[in-house]
Write a protein that binds this ligand. Sequence first.
Ligand code: FES
Length: 287
Amino acid sequence: MSDCVTSNDKLFCGTCKILANAEIAASVWRVALEAPKFASLARPGQFLMLRLPNSNDPILGRPFAVYDADPATGRVEAVYAVVGKATSRMTALQPGDALELWGPLGNGWDAARRASAPKRLALVAGGVGSAPFYLLVKELMAQDPAVRPETTYVFGARSKERLNCVDEFRALGVDVRVTTEDGSVGTKGFATDVLPEIFPESLDPADCQILACGPTPMLRAVAAWSAKRGYDCWTSLESPMACGMGLCYSCVVKWLIDPALGDVEGNWDYRRTCVDGPVFNAAHLVW
Ligand code: FES
């Protein structure tokens, strides 16, 4: 493993050894890397860029949420869906092979955690949206239960073949709910269908917060449900990215200056998902 010249005290950039790379659900893989410096820097909800070394095909790196980062062992893990050339080629990599890695990047969940101190918290994931929650749940479950929000992790998938990492979340001790569209496991329906059970109407909206990551239709539904209840809701976006470092503007989203005024002229600006996100207050986004 080697660092590159741009590594500093906030960013690692280098070539890392692959420790494991395996399919964990239908077209969903998890790669583990030896990256001690990165592991010591990463915060829950941040992302990393990976690129195949010694190849210009594809030339750009790809962003992936940090699944786990253990400073004690130096092991860093990312979960990826096989959706294009880069991720297809990544599936052929074996332990001992190398990947170029840079990061950690983005704001992560810390902004959401600072925004409110909920008593009831739901983490809603779909697809590979499970990835940015694992480190967060680890951190939450290490807190004193007396101060920790009552937390439920909801994972929604099309069918049981698409479930990923659910048992590992259960092993952390967090309450886990699973939904599948075909009813093959868990509650039949969508992740949003179990939110009324988690948040009885008797709760004070000021005590409730929802964090979500996954496909846009799911995020849109979670944001709408949260807005109807007046809950604080933050979403981690999976916008397409090129540079990952704020330079190319390929990842911009429309951001409302005053959410109360809505999507009207003069009340919006662009935000870059890679440096201003990927975590945004859902009320500021145009769904
Ligand atoms: Fe280049 Fe965000 S990916 S600015």
